[in-house]
Design a binder for this molecule. Structure first.
Ligand code: HEC
Length: 93
């Protein structure tokens, strides 16, 4: 029984992690890098609400700095549910 629960948990985690994979190149595997040589803040362990506000803001153009166009491209294809999952992942880094 324990083994089954563990397998399910691992599968769920790897599915979630897959969502963050495209972000890791710029933000680091655990959000520990400031993207593109310091052009973003370090997002590691940001609270869920802060990440959701930033990602939704990039999507509708209401958030961001000089490089926000880069992030708009990253989040355009994400649904609200995807954004919430990503925010949860980042909050646990
Ligand atoms: C091509 C590099 C690149 C990729 C890929 C990328 N980002 Fe970013 N990200 C940036 C840059 C540059 C900024 C700062 C943009 C600005 O000027 O507001 C940023 C900003 C952010 C911020 C807000 C931080 C701040 O400085 O206010 C969050 C949260 C974030 N990214 C999450 C993500 C997530 C989640 C993904 C994957 C879906 C992702 N990023 C993919 C480059 C990238």
């Amino acid at each position: 029984m324990k083994k089954i629960v563990l397998t399910i948990a691992c599968t769920a985690i790897s599915l979630l992690a897959a969502n963050y994979a495209p972000c890791a190149g710029c933000h680091g595997a655990y959000g520990e890098k400031a993207a593109l040589n310091g052009k973003s803040e370090v997002i590691k362990a940001w609270p869920v609400a802060r990440t959701i506000a930033a990602l939704k803001g990039y999507k509708d153009g209401s958030y961001g700095g000089a490089m926000k166009g880069i992030m708009k491209g990253q989040v355009a294809r994400l649904s609200d549910a995807d954004i919430e999952e990503l925010a949860k992942i980042i909050s646990k880094f």
